[in-house]
Design a binder for this molecule. Sequence first.
Ligand code: 8X3
Length: 246
Amino acid sequence: MSTRIAVVTGASSGIGAATARHLAEAGFEVVCAARRTDRVEALAAEIGGRAVACDVTDAAQVATLAEEVGPRLDVLVNNAGGAFGLAPVAESDPDDWRRMYDVNVLGVLNVTQALLPALVASGAGVIVNVGSTAGRLVYEGGAGYTAAKHGTKAVTQTLRLELFDQPVRVSEVAPGMVHTEEFSLVRFDGDQAKADAVYAGVPDPLVADDVADAITWIATRPPHVNIDELVIKPRAQAAQHKVHRV
Ligand code: 8X3
């Protein structure tokens, strides 16, 4: 059997990088895609994969990714995404909202459109979109991000319907609180104190490896098994506003 190929977007850090490592351990040749070339090149060298510079919001770069992947693809993990800002609706910057819609929704559209023929050609493709608990609820200051992640979920569920007779499974993994090096730092525009406060006192937030493990499990089920959605939170987070802190 030929080597199975996986693409992970946003593979330069956090959940994306961890997922690339887990999929490589599971035997996949992983195409690591992200904007930061130095990071994906180092990761690809470490795991015996391939690196592609790709901003998922840029059609030309996504076309280059599709060329690099070639005619057959087994797994696509649409992980690139993120939150920008935590301002109330009344004070939000529309540019932040545009960027969030761009990367969390249109990014999924661009990459999925470009790679779908190769996923179909594999005869047993899997798409795993990285959503969020923010796609299931709302919270103060979160409207731009929750709207975008509700969008990620809507695209995923629509694809699931549209591809029901195709050899492609469609899943969403929806993590809650995951302590990665960059998610909150990016949200707060580099303010480390604000980023640290998100996880302050939480005994054990999830880490990127926990989510990578779940994604790899989804991607390695038998071809007739479609995990439609998987919500994953730390034990300490019973609900968005109910977080155990010590
Ligand atoms: C991350 C979860 O709570 O920051 O996607 O919206 S949250």
